[in-house]
Design a protein around this ligand. Structure first.
Ligand SMILES: NC(=O)c1ccc[n+]([C@@H]2O[C@H](COP(=O)([O-])OP(=O)(O)OC[C@H]3O[C@@H](n4cnc5c(N)ncnc54)[C@H](O)[C@@H]3O)[C@@H](O)[C@H]2O)c1
Length: 253
């Protein structure tokens, strides 16, 4: 294992589970000090405890929570070198059946949450000449059948990444994203199990552009964490405004 993040201060959301947890472990293994914000505080504390990190209650639906989390991270770590927006939810549902509640909740958590957190972290990132990596989705570049609200939220975070990168390159702050396809995490398990939506939607989607959902050959969270670590490291010194697709060919299929 390389040590690209020795003494770097990393704030990440969604660290209690899946890709966020894999990121916390990967960055800590490469020397980083970690602060996790998650709505699942107990889960975040359990992960942080194994990494000598800090954990804070953070609900991405609450705009005021972003400023609190950034301040908590700065108190705990002394600054922020890397912000990773990983927290998110999946929402299945046919286009015309997507309720205002699902639409709003999905946009609040997956799009507005990262937007406000980037805003809150920017003054600290300007100081550290740091960077941001947000977890979008292949579904934000090419919609996945039956997930319109999710796809729009992830297209939005790609646009946020591009917009912010334009404004902050001159301050030496890089802003990037990754776009995974299906990744083997609790989110993926919940989706495959139905998650309370009409299971017929999975049969409709199968054979279209979610093959990974049924053949169980999904990518691992560690593989996504490795790509995120590259973007957050000095090896990607000249990379900003990009969205790195890691989907095994899903959106080209
Ligand atoms: N798993 C996949 O197939 C896949 C594919 C593409 C993109 N993604 C994206 O990767 C990210 C991580 O997903 P995952 O698969 O690890 O899912 P996961 O369900 O394992 O983890 C999601 C984490 O986000 C946290 N979270 C949920 N709602 C929150 C809120 N309101 N405020 C703060 N934290 C909240 C959860 O507590 C959990 O720790 C998400 O943004 C997701 O959209 C996942």
């Amino acid at each position: 294992m390389t040590s690209r993040f020795t003494a770097k201060r990393v704030l990440l959301t969604g660290g209690a589970s899946g890709i966020g947890r894999a990121c916390a472990e990967r960055f800590a293994a490469e020397g980083a000090r970690i602060a996790i914000g998650d709505v699942d505080l107990a889960g975040a504390q359990a992960v942080a405890a194994t990494l000598d990190g800090a954990a804070f209650a953070y609900d991405a639906r609450d705009p005021a929570a972003a400023a609190r989390l950034a301040a908590d991270a700065v108190d705990a770590l002394g600054g922020i070198d890397v912000l990773l927006n990983v927290a998110g939810i999946m929402a299945w549902g046919r286009f015309e059946e997507t309720t205002p509640e699902t639409w709003q909740r999905t946009l609040d958590i997956n799009l507005s949450g990262p937007f406000y957190l980037i805003q809150a972290a920017i003054p600290h990132l300007k100081e550290s000449k740091g960077n941001v990596v947000s977890v979008a989705s292949a579904g934000g570049l090419h919609p996945v059948y039956g997930t319109a609200a999710y796809g729009v939220s992830k297209a939005g975070i790609i646009a946020v990444t591009q917009a912010a990168s334009l404004e902050y390159a001159r301050f030496g702050v890089r802003i990037n994203a990754v776009a995974p396809g299906g990744v083997d995490t609790p989110m993926h398990e919940k989706s495959a199990a139905g998650g309370g939506v009409d299971p017929a939607i999975f049969a409709e989607a199968a054979g279209r552009n979610m093959p990974k959902l049924t053949d169980r050959q999904a990518c691992t969270p560690e593989e996504i964490a490795a790509a995120i670590a590259y973007l957050a490291s000095d090896e990607a010194r000249f990379v900003t405004g990009t969205t790195l697709v890691i989907d095994g060919g899903q959106i080209t299929g």
